[in-house]
Design a protein around this ligand. Structure first.
Ligand SMILES: [Zn+2]
Length: 187
């Protein structure tokens, strides 16, 4: 289900703000296809900072673990990354489904250390949208369907004032993996 209270444009706006403040770069440098690592020099600690800013802005919990870690947890050690630290063909297939087919480095033998370079502003926006889209139809406290977003980012119930609760990012990745697995039987 997808909510239509917070738009993708609004999420991208907040994403640019979070990235620009964390990395001290001009917002104008941040395009949807911008790789935070390759193009803006982000390091792993910066992602914690960016995620924290987004969590505060929207009242959500971002994923703590990357999709590869979830694959190994769900389907067993070695299913995503082989003994040489390279991605398995199945993991590559899965990343293509998730991130699209555009990155040329996404091919057999890709090193696991290269994977974070695939994270773009747009893929992070998608992650936030997935979380926001877990908003239930009705407020669990009062049962009314009257969500609204204060300042365009914080969803609350306009009937009873309850803050919206969303699924967390890691749970949504697991759900997505289960869905892909049931459709494609990759693992
Ligand atoms: Zn309510």
């Amino acid at each position: 289900m997808s909510q239509n209270i917070i738009t993708e444009e609004k999420v991208f706006e907040e994403m640019k703000k979070a990235v620009a403040e964390t990395l001290r770069v001009d917002e104008g440098r941040i395009k949807p296809e911008t790789s935070l690592i390759k193009d803006l020099g982000a390091e792993s600690l910066d992602f914690l900072d960016i995620n924290y800013r987004l969590e505060q802005a929207f009242g959500i919990k971002m994923a703590r673990h990357f999709v590869l870690e979830h694959i190994e947890e769900m389907f067993g050690e070695g299913t995503a990354i082989d003994e040489n630290g390279q991605l398995t063909d199945k993991a590559i297939q899965l990343l293509k489904i998730r991130f699209g087919d555009s990155a040329p480095e996404m091919a057999s033998g890709m090193d696991m250390d290269e994977v974070p370079t695939l994270v773009t502003a747009q893929s992070m926006v998608r992650g936030v949208m997935d979380i926001l889209d877990s908003l239930p139809n009705k407020c669990p406290k009062c049962g009314n369907a009257s969500w609204r977003a204060d300042n365009g980012v914080r969803v609350t119930c306009s009937s009873c004032g309850e803050a919206a609760a969303f699924s967390n990012g890691d749970d949504l990745i697991k759900e997505w993996l289960k869905k892909v697995q049931s459709e494609k039987s990759l693992f």
